[in-house]
Design a protein around this ligand. Structure first.
Ligand SMILES: C[S@@+](CC[C@H](N)C(=O)[O-])C[C@H]1O[C@@H](n2cnc3c(N)ncnc32)[C@H](O)[C@@H]1O
Length: 276
């Protein structure tokens, strides 16, 4: 993309996804590095294990998991530009021998049956048109003893109708407010049992914290090629999105779920417990 030729109007028309591509913001799994460290430890990743990262984007989860564990990671996404960036980042971290990034669709994976010890689907499933098909694909490529790791986000405080309208418009997905029960049922009704789950609430951030982050992102060298008018529009539009997401995430939480294929030979657990 020739940034010098980009007009205010072009920026105004960009979707949020196009905008984060332009500013090169890193797309992360909910909870970021805390979630990644938890996944690595809880699923027992180590050299020789094979992991699939669904909707890898620019590879943040895949690269961090390879770095923490020495496991072999395949990242897939439908966006070739993001995959190209992921490959560059893997090389610059000197982890490219453990990582490969390929174009593939979560709802129709081109990978062989029972290949992976761990399949990480983050929060991607919520974005897909046929979630059940995707879940059966995750199951197909997972070894029988493997773990599916899902990190679904959901509302823990009821959002207003206006907030749902604003977020739907921003991410160009008609969102329906979902709660934890929905996701627990979705993942466990046919295919999987929960092995371990941990709930989190997003931190309440101030407007100033978000503004400071925007200033950091927008000061990137490549963005200095924008015309002064385009730079002003970008600043306004990007901040509006980020302040909207700050307000939205203040209503939300997520669960890190490790799931295993249902095993008819194993009794269900009865005397479960919770942290006190
Ligand atoms: C919010 S980011 C994911 C961030 C993080 N990896 C996670 O799992 O939460 C969503 C990514 O999913 C990708 N994606 C959307 N539909 C997909 C599909 N059908 N198959 C694979 N990737 C898809 C998008 O291109 C984008 O890079």
């Amino acid at each position: 993309m020739n940034l010098k030729k980009l007009t205010s109007n072009d920026i105004e028309k960009m979707s949020y996804n196009e905008l984060i591509g332009l500013v090169k913001e890193t797309n992360r799994i909910p909870g970021g590095s805390q979630t990644i460290a938890y996944i690595s430890a809880m699923s027992g990743l180590q050299p020789g294990k094979k992991v699939l990262d669904i909707g890898t984007s620019t590879g943040n989860t895949a690269i961090e998991l390879a770095n923490l564990s020495g496991a072999n990671i395949v990242g897939i996404d439908i966006n070739e530009n993001s995959l190209e960036e992921a490959r560059k980042r893997a090389i610059s971290c000197n982890l490219d021998k453990l990582l490969s990034f390929q174009l593939d669709n979560a709802m129709q994976l081109s990978l062989a049956d029972k290949t992976f010890d761990v399949v990480v689907c983050g929060n991607v499933t919520s974005l897909l048109s046929d979630r059940k098909k995707a879940l059966s694909e995750y199951k197909r490529v997972l070894k029988d003893t493997g773990f599916l790791v899902a990190v679904p986000m959901y509302y823990i405080k009821k959002p207003s109708k206006q907030l749902i309208r604003d977020v739907s418009k921003a991410i160009q997905v008609d969102i329906k407010p979902l709660y934890k029960d929905f996701w627990k049922q979705f993942f466990t009704e046919d295919e999987f049992d929960i092995f371990i789950e941990k709930d989190f609430a997003f931190d309440q951030l101030s407007e100033e914290q978000v503004d400071k982050f925007c200033d950091y992102i927008l000061s990137r060298k490549h963005l200095q090629n924008l015309s002064p008018e385009a730079a002003i529009t970008l600043r306004r539009v990007y901040r509006e999105y980020m302040q909207l997401f700050r307000y939205n995430l203040a209503h939300m939480g997520y669960t890190v779920m490790l799931l295993r294929k249902k095993n008819p030979d194993m009794d269900p657990e009865l005397f479960t417990a919770h942290p006190i």
